[in-house]
Design a protein around this ligand. Structure first.
Ligand code: UDP
Ligand code: MG
Length: 316
């Protein structure tokens, strides 16, 4: 006894699932030899999620809720949770029961008995997900592992239980553009990957459209890899080299065969092609500059408009 566990739960419009989640998870937690706290983050929901949290906090004094002044996104919500979790062990879980609470028992066992610093859940299948989404997800994990040094496992979820040391490291990573899967990989530590079968949401619907996920994937790449920048410069070098060769060919042809006025169409093609490549590379650079711009502004990650705990830093 003596050890405590914190459960961080980002919630955006989860009024239907939150009571179910709380009940199931509290049930599992009471079976562990640990005291616990819930840190619910209301990420600017426009349904009754906040009311549900207030209800729960009245019934259970181990419930802390932080309510954002608007929707800041799941990454900001998780960060708020990490900054305000006090447990010796900290877990992040989705509210929709896609992260089975029953896994917590096994996770805690692995950390305590086998000496790992964290245990992360990994889905071994993607049942109930549109096939195109799965296909893009797989390609994304392949690509990001090749071009960045943060090791990210395919099917990794944000669901994991970790020791306080790891949480402190995460809080220290105060970047504005956050990509948790990359952050978890980047900080290192010994992680045990716990496979499990995908489960569907019990109620409500996913907050991630295909487009939102796609943008998240691009963010992940830009935040954890400089490869696109190198690719852009290599492309430039290769193109320049090729153009020198082409120039030599043209000069020689002129000297040997005279100057037939031909090749107008192909010239235009080449100009358009190179223009396109230049714009693309500029765009890649622009992405990095935009990220740098946001980082240098040093804006807060989130703003808390309401909470039931005293002494919490409302803007961070
Ligand atoms: N979430 C959040 N802010 C957002 C979007 C989602 O806090 O802007 C929370 C959501 O309430 C849930 C978790 O993040 O607890 C995962 O979201 P969801 O289940 O919609 O994602 P999926 O499981 O479909 O990837
Ligand atoms: Mg979900």
């Amino acid at each position: 006894m003596g050890k405590s566990i914190s459960i961080i739960v980002p919630c955006f419009n989860e009024q239907d699932v939150l009571p179910i989640f709380y009940k199931e998870t509290a049930n599992v937690l009471s079976g562990l030899n640990c005291s616990y706290e819930f840190v619910f983050i209301n990420d600017g929901s426009n349904d009754k999620t906040l009311e549900v949290m207030q209800e729960l906090s009245k019934k259970d004094r181990n419930v802390t809720y932080l309510s954002f002044s608007r929707n800041f996104g799941k990454e900001a919500a998780m960060y708020a949770g990490f900054c305000n979790a006090n447990g010796d062990y900290v877990a992040v879980m989705d509210a929709d029961m896609q992260d089975p609470p029953s896994l917590l028992t096994e996770m805690l066992n692995i950390i305590v008995k086998e000496g790992y610093d964290s245990v992360a859940a990994r889905r071994v299948d993607r049942k109930g997900e549109p096939p195109i989404r799965s296909w893009f997800a797989r390609k994304f994990y392949k690509l990001i592992n090749r071009i960045s040094d943060a090791d990210i496992v395919d099917g990794a979820r944000d669901f994991r239980l970790m020791k306080k040391d790891m949480v402190d490291a995460i809080v220290e990573m105060g970047e504005y553009n956050r990509f948790s899967k990359g952050i978890f990989g980047w900080i290192g530590f010994n992680t045990y990957w716990l496979p499990y079968d995908n489960t569907r949401r019990v109620a409500g619907e996913t907050k991630w459209s295909f487009w939102k996920l796609f943008k998240y994937a691009v963010d992940g790449i830009i935040n954890f890899s400089q490869a696109p920048l190198s690719i852009a410069s290599w492309f430039g070098i290769v193109m320049t080299f090729l153009s020198f060769i082409m120039l030599a060919v043209i000069v020689i042809r002129r000297l040997v065969w005279g100057d037939p006025v031909a090749g107008w169409a192909s010239t235009i093609c080449v100009i358009i092609f190179i223009g396109g490549v230049q714009l693309f590379c500029l765009g890649v650079m622009g992405q990095y500059i935009a990220k740098t711009y946001m980082e240098t502004k040093n804006r807060p990650h989130y703003i808390i408009s309401e909470t039931n705990k005293k002494g919490i830093r409302k803007v961070k």
